[in-house]
Design a protein around this ligand. Structure first.
Ligand code: ADP
Ligand code: MG
Length: 342
C-alpha cells in the first residue's frame, strides 16, 4: 500500500460559478485516518468522488504511491482503484440477506464457495454482526445497517476506504456508538480512511488528521490537537471547538495564545490599536467575582452544567459554562483565562 496524494486538484462543473474544488493539495499517509471537515457545499463530496473515480479532475492529479489514478487527461476506472466508498444512505439491497449484501462485491469479482463464505464471516465479525447474517436489512436498526455497509466495504480488503457523512442520518446516541465502530474498523483493517463530515466533534474524535475546507479550498491540515490549539484564521477557528470569535484591541502578532493579563492590558491601551479577531472557547471563560461585565442571553441545561451565551458590554457574544444555575437576563462578571489570537 502507499500514500494517497492529491496534487493541486481542482474540479469545475460545467454549470460554471466558482470551482467546486480549487487547487487542493494533500497527502494521506498509508493507514492514516483523515477527516475532511467543512460546511455543506464546500466541496467535500466532490473531492471524495474524484478519489473514488466517479468524477474526473479538471486540473491537478491524484496518485496512490507513484501510480497516477487521475488527472485532467486520464482516469483509472473506479473498479481498478481498490477503494471502497460508504454512503450516507447505506445503499443496501433490500431483497438480499445481510450475508448476501456483504458478499455482493465478492460475487462481482468472481469469488465463490468456501472462500466467499469465510470472507463474509470475517467481515461480519469485524462489525460484530455474525448473528445477523440471515436477516434482511429491513429487520435491522439504523446503526446495524450502517455496520452492514461497513462490512460490505471491508470484504474486498480495499487500500482506501471513503466515507461520506456516514453518521448524518443517525441519532446522537447511535453516533457515539458508531464512532467506536469506525475507530475499531480502522485499527482492524489497517486501511487508509478518508472520512467526510461537517461535524467538527466527529472529525476530532475519529481522525488522526483533519483537513479543513471552505469554498473549494483547503484551509489547514493538521492533527485534531493542533487544529484545536492553533487554528489558522477565523474560518478554521469558527469551525472547531465551539469557539466564539470576538473583536479585541490587539496590538500583538497573530497566532498567539493570550492570557487574561495580556487581554486586559490590550483593553487599557485600546485607543492606539486596531481591533482584531480572538478566539474564545467556552471552557476558558470563567464566571468570577470580578472581571468584565456580561449579560446572560441564553441558558441551556446540559445535565452536569449550564451552557451559556453571554453578551459583553459592546454586545459581542461569547459562550461559557456554569456549574451554578443562572437565568437569562442575569448580570455576571467574567474572566477570560485564555484566548487565541487568530
Ligand atoms: P459538500 O459535500 O461539501 O457539501 P459538494 O462537493 O457536494 O459539497 O459540492 C460542492 C459544490 O459543487 C456545490 O456548490 C455543489 O452545488 C457543486 N456541485 C456538486 N456536484 C455537482 C454536479 N454534479 N454538477 C454541478 N455542480 C455540482
Ligand atoms: Mg457532501
Amino acid at each position: 500500500m502507499a500514500k494517497l496524494i492529491l496534487n493541486r486538484l481542482s474540479k469545475a462543473f460545467e454549470t460554471g460559478g466558482r470551482p467546486a474544488v480549487n487547487d487542493v493539495s494533500l497527502e494521506v499517509r498509508d493507514g492514516g485516518f483523515l477527516a475532511l471537515l467543512g460546511p455543506s457545499g464546500c466541496g467535500k463530496t466532490t473531492v471524495l468522488r474524484m478519489i473514488a473515480g466517479f468524477e474526473q479532475p479538471t486540473d491537478g492529479s491524484i496518485l496512490l504511491g507513484d501510480r497516477v489514478l487521475a488527472d485532467a487527461g486520464e482516469m483509472v476506472s473506479p473498479e481498478h482503484r481498490n477503494m471502497a466508498m460508504v454512503f450516507q444512505s447505506y445503499a443496501l439491497w433490500p431483497h438480499m440477506s445481510v450475508a448476501d449484501n456483504v458478499g455482493y462485491p465478492l460475487k462481482v469479482r468472481g469469488v465463490t464457495g468456501e472462500r466467499r463464505r469465510k470472507k463474509i464471516q470475517e467481515a461480519l465479525a469485524a462489525v460484530r454482526l455474525e448473528a445477523y447474517a440471515d436477516r434482511r436489512p429491513a429487520d435491522l436498526s439504523g446503526g446495524q445497517r450502517q455496520r452492514v455497509a461497513l462490512a460490505r466495504c471491508l470484504v474486498t480488503e480495499p487500500d482506501v476506504v471513503l466515507l461520506d457523512e456516514p453518521l448524518a442520518n443517525l441519532d446522537r446516541h447511535l453516533r457515539q456508538e458508531m464512532e467506536e465502530t469506525f475507530r475499531e474498523f480502522h485499527l482492524r483493517s489497517g486501511a487508509t480512511m478518508i472520512y467526510v463530515t461537517h461535524d467538527q466533534a466527529e472529525a476530532m474524535a475519529l481522525a488522526t488528521d483533519v483537513a479543513v475546507m471552505s469554498e473549494g479550498r483547503l484551509l489547514q491540515v493538521a492533527s485534531p490537537q493542533e487544529i484545536y490549539a492553533r487554528p489558522e484564521g477565523r474560518l478554521v477557528g469558527g469551525l472547531v471547538g465551539q469557539g466564539a470569535i470576538v473583536k479585541w484591541p490587539a496590538a500583538c502578532v497573530e497566532n498567539r495564545l493570550l492570557d487574561w493579563e495580556t487581554l486586559q492590558g490590550l483593553l487599557v491601551q485600546s485607543q492606539s490599536s486596531e481591533p482584531a479577531d480572538i478566539l474564545v472557547r467556552p471552557q476558558d471563560v470563567e464566571i468570577a467575582g470580578e472581571g468584565m461585565p456580561a449579560r446572560v442571553i441564553s441558558v441551556l441545561f446540559e445535565g452536569e452544567r449550564y451552557a451559556l451565551k453571554l453578551a459583553l458590554g459592546d454586545e459581542q457574544v461569547l459562550r461559557a459554562f456554569s456549574r451554578q444555575p443562572v437565568k437569562v437576563g442575569d448580570r455576571v462578571s467574567i474572566v477570560i483565562r485564555s484566548a487565541w489570537r487568530l
